[in-house]
Design a protein around this ligand. Structure first.
Ligand code: CAO
Length: 538
């Protein structure tokens, strides 16, 4: 049994590096290569592996401690894994696998003041046939010592293999997908050699394996060749633990690692975690801008054929667009619906009195043109309803024109043609336009311009039935009036109940733009105007 002092290895030039995780405790039995601690520089995290198997007899650092190369990290009681006779102390122990003499060829030649240096694959923590997943350089590149040449990936970790020397990369021997082993030739770098008497006299072959983070060992009895692992866990965003390959995949897919749930050991994000995240996102509608960060899961897919015969029917384009618009409005707009009734008894008497004249004019007057006219007046009276919210979240766009859309149900889907300058048009004009637009809509003749520029929408279900409903605001408008079927109801006139024709009004509004009191004033105003249409001429 030997007492092995484990010190902090070369950290790629980094100093004052923080220990972010202790992986062992005093008394733990560790195998060679087991992680002792995890360090984090501003660029990367790295695990410091145990150079030998044994029992941790002392830990000289705790989480949060700042360390530098050579600092004493831990004591191990164990067997030295290797005892090269030529090495006498840890300072001389190589940081990486010494090239085997058999593999050492005269691969480098001195060229006056330059030499070609072969860079070999270092010890990969015992892993064999490791895949190259990324080539970080190209032939002709000027590289510095420490620059990443390639990224390899074992089934446990990704590792960046850095250049051991700077210079011009004159030959790259690997490509993506290659399987590599320790000692394989990765690249040849032409580097400048500072000529010394020795180098001039006998230029030595240069063959280097890159130093990966490793634990150097100071051993009292015999030096131990350090184990090699290069589990580089890049963590620029705080406590995220993800290897370079995972990070690269995240970058390619535009995935924010902060949002990914890690399933690897010690909360490490794995490739599968990214894939799961992306799959989930693709199948989940993301709330549009303005709806905060809410993400709502789709209901699970169900095979309805298990319950009976079914047919899959394609939605029309209008139907699909309507679905999107409705979802967007529903998710963006804080909706409130204000209900009211308008007494249209007198209006209906007047309207019916127009029947003969309407026939003469070749048209028909329904309650809708009166609704349009009353809403146009209300929009003038309450201009806060004639706005859109600016996307900057800080402004309202106040409109001076009064264009009102009318929802029309067609076999192809719901469309909303817009009637322009409603405040300036007569009931006759509006009647003709409603009929014309309704016909155009049903004949699929509406042009995009016919459906743009609305300030407010009326959705009338009065010809069908119902007592009230909650229409969805037709964004970017901020309010919509739902009209239900007028019905005779008993109303107290002060001395008795009398039958009155009451039309239900359902005003949905965007509570970001309009407050409830204004909504109540708006519907009260509509009820007043529709209750006595002499107000329409005021
Ligand atoms: N209460 C009672 N009766 C009403 C009414 C109301 N609120 N609104 C309309 N009516 C009556 C009309 O007076 C007419 O009856 P008469 O012929 O006896 O006068 C009858 O219902 C049919 O009216 P209409 O639907 O032909 O005309 P309109 O002006 O009310 O509507 C338009 C025009 C284009 C909206 C219509 O053609 C249409 O498509 N209606 C379908 C309803 C619809 O799609 N609404 C959109 C809902 S989507 O959210």
């Amino acid at each position: 049994m030997a007492n092995i002092n484990v010190t902090i290895p070369d950290l790629g030039g980094a100093s004052d590096v923080e220990i972010i995780e202790l992986c062992v405790a005093v008394g733990d039995t560790v195998a060679q290569g087991d992680s002792l601690v995890v360090l984090e520089t501003d660029k990367a995290s790295m695990e410091i592996p145990s150079p030998s198997s044994g029992v941790v007899s002392a830990l000289h650092m705790s989480e949060g401690a700042i360390c530098n190369v050579g600092d004493l990290l831990a004591d191990l009681q164990g067997e030295a894994t290797e005892a090269p006779s030529e090495a006498t102390d840890a300072e001389e122990a190589p940081a990486v696998a010494e090239p085997e003499p058999a593999a050492e060829q005269a691969a480098a030649t001195s060229a006056g003041s330059s030499a070609e240096v072969e860079i070999l694959v270092p010890d990969l923590g015992g892993a064999n046939d490791v895949e190259v997943i990324e080539i970080a350089v190209a032939e002709g590149d000027e590289i510095a010592a420490g620059d990443t040449l390639v990224v390899v990936e074992t089934d446990k970790a990704s590792m960046e293999i850095p250049a051991t020397t700077g210079g011009t990369l004159i030959s790259l021997k690997l490509s993506e997908g290659n399987k590599v082993n320790q000692g394989d030739l990765m690249a040849v770098v032409q580097t400048t050699v500072v000529e010394t008497a020795a180098s001039t006299a006998a230029p030595a072959p240069v063959k280097e394996a890159p130093p990966a983070p490793t634990a150097e060992v100071q051993q009292e009895t015999a030096p131990t060749k350090p184990a090699q692992t290069a589990t580089v866990v890049v963590t620029p965003d705080g406590n995220i633990h993800a290897g370079p390959a995972v990070r690269m995949l995240a970058r390619e897919l535009g995935v924010d690692l902060n949002q990914v749930t890690a399933s690897g050991p010690k909360d490490r994000i794995l490739k599968e975690d990214i894939q799961t995240f992306v799959k989930h996102r693709l199948s989940t509608p993301v709330a549009p801008v303005g709806a905060g960060s809410a993400v709502i899961d789709k209901p699970p897919a169900i095979d309805f054929s298990q319950f009976g015969e079914v047919e899959k029917v394609k939605m029309s384009k209008i139907h699909r667009l309507t679905a999107q618009n409705m979802t967007r409005s529903w998710l963006n707009v804080p909706h409130v619906t204000q209900f009211d009734h308008a007494d249209i008894t007198d209006l209906e008497a007047f309207r019916k009195g127009l029947k003969a004249e309407a026939e003469q004019r070749g048209t028909k007057v329904t309650p809708l043109p009166f609704m349009l006219k009353a809403c146009a007046m209300a929009l003038r009276e309450f201009p806060q309803f004639n706005v859109s919210l600016d996307n900057d979240g800080e402004h309202l766009i106040q409109k001076s024109y009064v264009n009102i859309g009318v929802a029309v149900d067609t076999p192809a889907g719901l469309v909303v043609p817009v009637l322009r300058d409603v405040d300036q048009k007569s009931i006759w004009e509006l009647s003709a336009e409603v009929i014309a637009m309704g016909a155009k809509a049903k004949d699929k003749k509406l042009m995009p311009a016919d459906m743009q520029g609305g300030c407010f929408t009326i959705s009338s279900l009065g010809s069908i039935g119902g007592t009230s409903f909650t229409p969805i605001v037709n964004t970017p408008e901020v309010a919509i009036l739902g009209v239900s079927k007028a019905d005779i109801q008993p109303r107290w006139n002060g001395t008795e109940f009398e039958p009155r024709l009451m039309m239900p009004l359902s005003l949905s509004y965007d509570h970001r733009a309009i407050n409830g009191a204004d909504a109540a004033r708006f519907t009260s105003y509509l009820a007043k105007v529709l209750g006595d249409i002499r107000h329409l001429v005021m």
